[in-house]
Design a protein around this ligand. Structure first.
Ligand code: PBG
Length: 329
């Protein structure tokens, strides 16, 4: 591969000037590469800080304009909606997930009415914001039931689709759910609703701040290792993606992000499907807090985000998405 030798070849030659460095850039970032997660909270006129996530807030529906106007102006293609559910609305079955007036449903209606198709809406398909035990599905003797959970996820998917959600994102890791959800969507007339599968989701310690943000921190009984992947594995990621593509996924996600750049690359090398990376809450807060402490500087944010593009990701879910324009400048 290497043609030429020092002193004829000096790689520092092309690094000398800014114009030249720009000329040979292999990856770049723009707002169009991002999905912006938004946390929702019940009430009126509240923009509530989240202790574990610096500069990230929970918004009441009437305040969504603040963050959406800016996202649309900056050409962010899509937002992901996550509800903070009051503890008294949580139960063993996650029933609130199927309430057509729950926070996510209210937000979908609000955004679609006000912004039409100016921005896409993505919603997680999983029960963890709604269950009293914090698991993504129905629990029996400490084990998350697969097929029974899928039946509820199908109902949740149809509800979101009927209200106007553009992209359903099953984040539950049940076997076979993509195919069953696709089939249900099609038979109910939602052929154009997309599925973004969290195909490769690891049982990770980096989700901590998110669980705080949606109010499931402290509730989780045990861990999610019987359905989320073991972080020691990568062949299994290929099998997960292959299955989800066969079942009808339009896009696949790898999650978390930075500790799994090898997986993003492996998936991209093996499948020509849009691959998304999720820079999760623990990554976000670790970087943000290190910047606040002066351990690293602000450019570390762009560096972390470019790594996903270099690895082959088509887009990135990141809590920095709403500030990306300022960072690029
Ligand atoms: C729920 C879900 C989780 C995240 C996104 N959807 C948490 C989990 O599986 O426990 C994590 C996102 C983040 O940490 O930023 N299924």
């Amino acid at each position: 591969m290497i043609t030429g030798n020092y002193p004829n070849l000096r790689l520092r030659r092309s690094r000398k000037n800014d114009w030249s460095r720009r000329l040979i850039q292999e990856s770049s970032l723009s707002s169009s590469d991002f999905i912006l997660p938004i946390f929702l909270i019940e009430g009126k006129n509240i923009k509530q800080p989240i202790k574990t996530m610096p500069d990230v807030y929970r918004y009441t529906i009437d305040k969504l304009g603040i963050i959406l106007d800016k996202a649309i102006k900056n050409k962010i293609p899509m937002v992901a909606l996550f509800p903070h559910t009051k503890i008294k609305l949580k139960d063993k079955l996650g029933s609130e997930a199927l309430n057509e007036n729950n926070l996510v449903c209210q937000a979908i209606k609000y955004v679609k009415k006000r912004y039409k198709n100016e921005i896409g809406i993505m919603c997680d398909v999983a029960l963890d914001p709604y269950t009293s035990h914090g698991h993504d599905g129905l629990l029996k003797s400490g084990y998350v039931l697969n097929d029974e959970t899928i039946n509820v996820l199908i109902k949740q998917s149809l509800l979101h689709a009927e209200i106007g959600c553009d992209v359903l994102a099953p984040s539950d890791m049940m076997d076979g759910r993509i195919g069953k959800i696709r089939k249900a969507l099609d038979s109910e007339g939602h052929q154009m609703v997309q599925i973004l599968s969290y195909a490769v989701k690891y049982a990770s310690s980096f989700y901590g701040p998110f669980r705080d943000a949606v109010g499931s921190k402290g509730l989780l009984k045990g861990n999610k290792k019987t359905y989320q992947m073991d972080f020691r594995n990568s062949n299994e990621a290929i099998r997960e993606v292959a299955l989800d593509i066969k079942e009808g996924a339009d896009m696949v996600m790898v999650k978390p992000g930075m500790p799994y750049l090898d997986i993003i690359k492996t998936v991209k090398d093996n499948f020509k499907i849009p691959v998304l990376a999720y820079q999760v809450s623990g990554e976000y807060s670790t970087i943000s807090q290190s910047i606040k402490k002066g351990l690293i500087d602000k450019n570390s944010i762009l560096e972390s985000l470019i790594s996903f593009k270099r690895a082959g990701a088509n887009a990135i879910v990141s809590y920095y998405a709403d500030r990306i324009e300022d960072l690029i400048k």
